[in-house]
Design a protein around this ligand. Structure first.
Ligand code: KDG
Ligand code: MG
Length: 401
């Protein structure tokens, strides 16, 4: 089965998505997501200018060989742009293989370990009362797990929290800077969970994301203070370029730790997993080299008791989410999948068969990954440059994201 065409579709139905479509001489095509939030066009060019020409004429069945060709053959390895581009190719080829064999991708990954993958919703507000109401609403809808984020008193804006007076936040044009105070945050975060647990009890799993803004000792303190609230996880406490920094955190708290949404390969988390410094690895299909490489990360993590809790914010397109659902039902040590609803317009462009049932994401029964793209509709939503907000500490220096 020869590859006859490969093209990149950049579209912005509510937010930017980069999709690769690979066509074959048998009339079967596959799609893969290469979206890298805030740096979308870098991946689009990597694909269009460098990988697509090499794909033409290759056998679409040879997924592993194509992965190795692009990873090893480039000389320049790893990094978010490279690995998102490789992921787009990889997922499109798994999609093609599923369609060619008339079977869903979970079946190609060894069959099902479970019928659906538990997912978590997002409670996020400027007011704690509203956060509590959101958790209650999600629980009533059947969600088993909810991430809890609230504006810290004394801060004007905060990443992931709706902006004052406006709808959703996160994306700014031109880029925005937001003031940040770790001290204020640390005073507030434990009280926030005191209030939330008192209101909603312990039957719902709660999670929290610190967005890499703490030092190891601050993270250890926070984790210790939150132990009685029995979080499902405390996420991204510190930037993890230095994996050994998690030793300090681990020594100070038994609160489960999750990290890895910005990781691109196993090399980013090898020590974290081998030393059992984390409980959940958050690497995603789109940012960690596709299904082929994420499988290897999961396989490495399994004997160490580390489970996957893959990133799934709305900048991970419905294509990645489709692939993630197949991965989540097939992979033994997949524990939970982040789920954030995509912008409404995304359903004008993408058509997907995966769905939400009683707090679990379940695959449909289409062959492949079960997601399609309408190119004409995609063309109606022109790319818009967008940036993630940048944090600035009280002393004026740039903070960690
Ligand atoms: O593009 C970055 C977002 O996807 C990320 O900031 C969201 O932290 C995030 C999360 O946990 O979903
Ligand atoms: Mg996060």
């Amino acid at each position: 089965m020869k590859i006859t065409g490969a093209r990149v579709i950049v579209t912005s139905p509510g937010r930017n998505y980069v999709t690769l479509k690979i066509e074959t001489d048998e009339g079967i095509y596959g799609i893969g997501d290469g979206t890298l939030n805030g740096r979308e066009l870098a991946v689009a060019s990597y694909l269009q200018d460098h990988l697509c020409p090499m794909l033409i004429g290759r056998d679409a069945r040879d997924i592993e060989d194509t992965w190795q060709l692009f990873y090893r053959g480039a000389y320049w390895r790893r990094g978010p742009v490279t690995m998102a581009a490789i992921a787009a190719v990889d997922v499109a080829l798994w999609d093609i293989k599923g369609k060619a064999l008339d079977t869903p991708v979970w079946n190609l990954l060894g069959g099902r370990s479970r019928d659906g993958i538990m997912c978590y919703a997002h409670a996020s507000s400027r007011s704690l009362e509203d956060v509590i109401e959101q958790v209650q609403r999600y629980t009533a809808e059947g969600y088993k797990a909810v991430r809890v984020q609230c504006l810290v008193p004394g801060l004007e804006e905060m990443y992931g929290i709706p902006r004052a007076g406006a709808g959703r936040t996160g994306i700014g044009l031109p880029y925005v800077e937001q003031g940040w105070s770790t001290e204020k945050y640390l005073r507030f975060a434990p009280k926030m969970f005191d209030r939330v647990r008192a209101a909603v009890g312990f039957d719902v799993a709660l999670l929290h994301d610190a967005h890499h803004r703490l030092t190891p000792s601050q993270a250890g303190w926070l984790g210790k203070r939150l132990e009685d609230h029995q979080l499902l996880w405390l996420e991204d406490t510190v930037p993890a370029e230095l994996q050994a920094s998690y030793r300090v955190i681990r020594q100070h708290t038994t609160t489960p730790l999750a990290v890895g949404e910005v990781f691109n390969t196993l090399f980013d988390c090898e020590q974290l997993i081998r030393e059992q410094l984390i409980d959940y690895i958050r690497a995603s299909i789109v940012h960690a080299g596709g299904i082929s490489h994420l499988r290897k990360i999961a396989a490495f993590a399994e004997p160490y008791g580390v489970r996957t809790g893959c990133h799934g914010a709305a900048d991970l397109s419905p294509v990645t989410m489709g692939a993630a659902v197949h991965f989540g039902v097939a992979t033994y040590n997949a524990a939970v999948q982040e789920y954030n609803v995509h912008p409404e317009e995304a359903s004008d462009v993408f058509d997907w068969d995966w769905g939400l049932k009683d707090g679990f994401l379940v695959p449909g029964d289409r062959p492949g990954i079960g997601v399609d793209i309408d190119e004409k509709a995609a063309a109606r939503f022109e790319y818009e440059r967008a940036y993630l907000p940048i944090s600035r500490r009280e002393d004026g220096s740039v903070g960690n994201y």
